[in-house]
Design a protein around this ligand. Structure first.
Ligand code: AQP
Length: 330
């Protein structure tokens, strides 16, 4: 069976954007692939984290991912990235196969440098090399991500091709798996920006732990466009188009069906329906995640077991890489 890999940063509670763009596809792919999934805590420290909040958040994100329906019977694994040392070891090796110019072209580095202008650390710059290590370590063929991560997966391929060109076919070349709809869910208060879990304004995003009332309130407050027609037009009606995407995905409908369903209805009715559909989609995950969060001893036990498995799965590739390069064998 082929392997897929993906990760999520514990920089906040995952949002509806993380769910529709990535997590939902983790779940689907985990039925066909051996799914290796990680809480990317090492990636998260490119931005300053308060130790107490960080520890709590890693557990909460782990709980949400556990609750989302990954197919553990089919061999899925979920672990905190920092617990498997092979990720950082491979990162150093791959940094010697990654060009400065390539990293300088990454749009996420440019965006995050603007947002964190007082802390443009080198981890922010070399972030894609750690991501390449995450993926290549497990021989992942597919990487389910939102569209913002496409460039990083492409760089991962380039690094793998360069390494394989020198040492033979060591790495599997990964393909990004990006959904046709929901690959870039937009901010509810500013539909020209991506929905982000570290957004300081909680009205801009729906958290996967928000309750029904909060979800409906945020949908009702979502910025929409002048005019009252529920019609998909990303350029002229970005707010309504974003809500239509959210509704269609959560209710399992096409955009055309959504447009027909709300033809002649006002924005208020539509926004309430969006909130209800989102709540219906997220409620089972939220309830299950809250149960995990309420039982930290059980959560830690699962985390430790899964980390052991991931450590075993990661070891052969690192060994193969080091052997191929001529490091003294252990
Ligand atoms: N708005 C989004 N729409 C669709 N997919 C999204 N993803 C993120 N935002 C959206 C996808 O979610 C996965 C996990 O993301 P991440 O935590 O690794 O990092 P990110 O892309 O930087 O996510 P955020 O929510 O925007 O976090 P912060 O606020 O820390 O920057 C990825 O597959 C991503 O594509």
């Amino acid at each position: 069976m082929k392997t897929c890999f993906s990760a999520i940063q514990p920089t906040g509670i995952p949002t509806l954007g993380n769910y529709l763009g990535a997590l939902r596809n983790w779940v689907n792919l985990s039925r066909e692939y051996t799914g290796i999934f990680s809480i990317a805590d090492l990636h998260a420290i490119t931005v300053r984290q308060d130790p107490g909040d960080f520890r709590r958040r890693v557990r909460a994100v782990y709980a949400i991912c556990m609750a989302s329906g990954l197919d553990f019977k089919n061999g899925a694994v979920l672990f905190p990235q920092s617990q498997v040392a092979a990720h950082t070891e491979l990162t150093w090796i791959l940094s010697c196969f990654t060009m400065y110019g390539e990293l300088s072209r990454m749009t996420q580095f440019k965006d995050k440098s603007l947002k964190n202008s007082d802390n443009i650390n080198s981890g922010l710059f070399t972030y894609p090399i750690l991501m390449a290590s995450d993926i290549l370590l497990y021989g992942a063929a597919a990487v389910p991500v939102g569209s913002d991560q496409k460039q990083h997966v492409e760089l991962t391929r380039d690094i793998a091709v360069r390494f394989n060109g020198v040492y033979g076919d060591v790495f599997v070349l990964p393909e990004p798996f990006i959904p046709d709809m929901g690959a870039r869910v937009m901010n509810l208060q500013d539909p020209k920006r991506k929905m982000e879990k570290s957004d300081p304004n909680p009205n801009g995003y729906i958290s996967m732990l928000d309750d029904r009332e909060a979800i409906i309130k945020k949908c009702k407050r979502a910025v929409t466009d002048s005019g009252g027609e529920v019609r998909y037009d990303e350029k002229l009606k970005p707010g309504i188009s974003n809500l239509m995407t959210i509704y269609s995905l959560c209710a399992g409908k096409s955009l055309e069906e959504t447009e027909r369903e709300f033809s002649g209805q006002n924005y208020g009715t539509f926004k309430t329906a969006v909130g209800e559909a989102v709540n219906t989609a997220l409620a089972p995950i939220r309830d299950c995640a809250n149960e995990y969060i309420g039982n930290p001893a059980h959560l830690d036990k699962l985390m430790n077991e899964q980390t052991r498995r991931a450590t075993e799965l990661a070891a052969p590739m690192l060994k193969q890489v080091k052997n191929a390069m001529g490091f003294v064998a252990d």
